[in-house]
Design a protein around this ligand. Structure first.
Ligand code: SF4
Ligand code: SF4
Length: 340
């Protein structure tokens, strides 16, 4: 059932959602727009293209405390940090980012070993997807069959109408949330027509595309090609491309101890950092930036395909928009695919 709420009532909608659980939504600051946990409903902006960082941190925060401990003369006292699985709602997720959750599910909860942090947060979260209104030149999500107004994977899907947000429950969980908020009105026949037109017409908002057939085999074949030296030449190894990426998931587990008290936490890591593969022995199998860029591309377009049967990229364009030296992952993959 389609419902609607006027733009001027956005804060009221956020307040109503906050009564159901923690709300994560886009907030603008001087750096751009990013998802964050909402304290003030008025902070939310739904007037944005896409966030600087992806919403993966809702399920996979940049730092996650796992164990706290005390070192005493008698030994170590340790306790697991209770897992935080309160109901959550994430509002305003673009369709390519919704797809990224499914790509990450294959790693964190689909491959036999289940990550309880990811899995339980996923289960306790309601996703409100949000249709794109335009296309950014960096985007290439059409490559992966993702539409600008694609409700796949959302619990509720939202389209910006002329004077109101139109909201449709896609799953039972989403329908239940919408049905329990009194201030959301039923949509009119005209609204329904507009909503359907937007969903059907989203194919007009096609992004550029990347030919991905056979990437796993081709990338394996050109592994030793000197192409990677040139492709990586401008790279600064800043790691931004991996931190903003919705499907990059590498992490490290580190201990921080001070005056006998410590915490063991999981933190994001990046294959673009020099010490990512540094062994305790001092040996580092990836000392060159060409090896690191090649790893990033191979992980997404070859190894992940082999292991999980899907490319670990959704074409959100963030790594391209954020790279300080304008390295374009589409051009890098196309260049590798064109090698003899
Ligand atoms: S953002 Fe650009 S410069 Fe930084 S590590 Fe990634 S490819 Fe290299
Ligand atoms: S590799 Fe780049 S385009 Fe692909 S999902 Fe990650 S940030 Fe988006």
């Amino acid at each position: 059932m389609l419902r609607k709420i006027g733009f001027e009532r956005t804060s009221e909608l956020v307040s109503a959602l906050m009564e159901k659980g923690e709300v994560f939504a886009p907030v603008a600051n001087s750096a751009g727009v990013n998802f964050q946990k909402i304290q003030e409903p008025g902070d939310v902006t739904l007037d944005f293209y896409n966030t600087l960082q992806s919403p993966k941190s809702v399920f996979f925060p940049q730092t996650d405390d796992m164990v706290r401990y005390r070192l005493t003369h008698e030994g170590t006292e340790a306790e697991e940090v209770p897992l935080d699985f309160e109901p959550r709602i994430v509002l305003g997720v673009r369709p390519c980012d919704v797809r990224s959750f499914e790509v990450m599910d294959r790693l964190f909860s689909g491959g036999g070993i289940v990550d309880p942090y990811w899995e339980n947060r996923r289960k306790s979260t309601t996703i409100i997807g949000y249709a794109f209104d335009k296309v950014d030149p960096a985007d290439f999500y059409s490559t992966f069959g993702i539409g600008a107004a694609d409700p796949t994977g959302s619990d509720i899907f939202m389209v910006k109408g002329e004077s109101a947000f139109l909201l449709k429950g896609i799953t039972e969980k989403g329908e239940e949330v919408l049905g329990s908020i009194d201030l959301i009105e039923d949509a009119s026949a005209k609204d329904k027509e507009y909503f359907e037109e937007r969903l059907a017409g989203a194919s007009l908002l096609e992004t550029r595309t990347l030919a991905t057939e056979g990437t796993a085999e081709k990338l394996e074949a050109v592994f030793e090609n000197p192409y990677w030296v040139g492709a990586a030449a401008p790279c600064l190894n800043c790691g931004v491309c991996t931190f903003v990426c919705p499907t990059c998931h590498c992490f490290d587990i580190q201990d921080e101890t001070l005056f006998g008290k410590g915490v063991r936490r999981r933190i994001w890591d990046s294959c673009m950092f020099t010490d990512f593969t540094l062994h305790t022995s001092g040996h580092n199998p990836r000392t060159k930036k060409s090896q690191r860029l090649r790893q990033r591309i191979n992980h997404k377009f070859s190894y992940y395909v082999t292991n999980f049967d899907v490319i670990s990229c959704v074409g959100c364009g963030r790594c391209i928009r954020s790279c300080p030296v304008h390295i374009d992952i589409v051009a890098v993959v196309e260049g590798a695919m064109a090698l003899p």
